[in-house]
Design a protein around this ligand. Structure first.
Ligand code: MG
Length: 387
């Protein structure tokens, strides 16, 4: 069957209460790397070129939270789920049937790691079968145990797979299968189609597409979704006449001032460039051109705060920022604690994530001749792997 010209909609099932998660908040609204769990999969589907419409099925009590956490996404108006997952899916299918797609994918909101490639594999499989399930092999040996935790049986792993979502279906087939299975409690949508005699094909799933069940899974997922990146920054400003310098946002009395278009806070400039570098956002001059009079004498904390905003927009976090200030004088040691606190405040992180060090160059070079101050920064950030 050719897939050209076929329409494919998605139902994202998010109506469950998630008792096993053990928090007041249903797990699909728990925060994962800066945004709700549910939003991760909604974004994956809404941004996929082969998906026509995305229909969330939610618990009616969660409507406000749903709307607050998913602004800016192009989605269908959410449908209220039923008392069982199966009932929730049927409500979703019914809602799509007025303008029925050829294919429908049905996805559990608790799987935020769904990738574009996985979505493609499931849709591609629908050219060969009316049902498609992403699946993974079983690596561990499987045992059956009795009520006393004693093994009663070893189950051969051959031909066993673990089923994931999104599961894909020919729309009319899964709709009629669900209608016929009303009131039953089958474990997934593939089982509904199997019961109706429909063939279900497996395609390779993905370990990263794991299902979040416990708070531990959330931590694991965060590890999966984010990658570590390092950025470095370097800056120099020359001395001019004056009575203080700004370093890390702290006013330090000195025999000279630093010359610059802004307040010439060489340390914050290096820190800003380190963060911009870690996210591939050019350098400070790109974002705050010296030709722009608006930045004349500007406090440099603006620059660092802007870099942090860009990082936040990518759902990234600052893990650590290590600063080295290079000069013969002023002596940085006296002000180190204030500098750490200042950078932490501007960056919005705890002080333990900030380090401020100082060194001289033993009288050598321009810093040794006290012509100016140099600063280096290394930023470690965690950002989503696809950012
Ligand atoms: Mg500078």
């Amino acid at each position: 069957m050719s897939l050209i010209g076929h329409t494919c909609d998605v139902i994202v099932v998010a109506a469950g209460r998630g008792q096993r998660f053990g928090s007041h908040n249903p797990k699909q609204y728990a925060h994962l790397a800066g945004k709700p769990v549910l939003r991760w999969s909604l974004e994956a589907f809404a941004g996929h070129p082969r998906i026509r419409r995305v229909l969330p099925v939610i618990h009616p009590d969660d409507r406000d939270e749903f709307l607050a956490g998913n602004s800016g996404l192009t989605l269908m108006d959410p449908v209220s789920g039923g008392t069982t997952r199966q009932e929730s899916v049927l409500r979703g299918l019914d809602a799509l049937s007025a303008d029925a797609p050829n294919f429908v994918l049905i996805h559990d909101a608790a799987r935020p790691g769904v990738s574009s490639a996985l979505i493609d594999r499931v849709i591609d499989g629908l050219g060969q079968a009316p049902g498609v399930v992403p699946a993974l092999p079983v690596a561990d040996t499987l045992k059956r145990v009795d009520a006393q935790a004693r093994i009663s049986d070893t189950i051969p792993r051959t031909n066993l797979v673990r089923a994931q979502t999104p599961q894909g279906f020919h729309f009319e087939k899964i709709l009629s299968a669900h209608r016929a299975a009303k009131g039953l409690e089958l474990t997934d949508d593939a089982a509904v189609l199997e019961r109706a005699g429909g063939m279900v094909l497996t395609v390779p799933g993905a370990e990263r597409n794991l299902k979040i069940t416990t708070p531990d899974d959330l931590a694991r997922m965060e590890h999966e979704l984010l990658e570590t990146r390092i950025g470095q920054g370097f800056d120099v400003h020359r001395f001019t006449s004056g009575d203080h310098v700004m370093l890390c946002g702290v006013r330090v009395p000195h025999t000279h001032a630093l010359l610059g278009h802004s307040d010439a806070d060489v340390a914050l400039h290096a820190a800003t460039d380190a963060i911009l570098g870690a996210i591939g956002e050019g350098d400070i001059g790109v974002h705050f051109p010296p030709s722009n009079a608006a930045y004349r004498n500007a406090p440099s904390e603006k620059f660092l705060a802007h870099a942090m905003t860009l990082l936040g927009q990518r759902s990234g976090v600052l893990v650590h920022l290590d600063l080295t200030i290079i000069c013969e004088s002023p002596k940085v040691g006296l002000h180190r604690e204030a500098m750490v606190a200042s950078v932490a405040r501007i960056a919005g992180v705890v002080p333990s994530r900030i380090s401020v060090k100082a060194t001289t160059t033993e009288g050598l070079g321009f810093t040794g001749r006290s012509e100016g101050i140099a600063a280096q920064a290394v930023a470690t950030v965690r950002v989503p792997t696809n950012a």
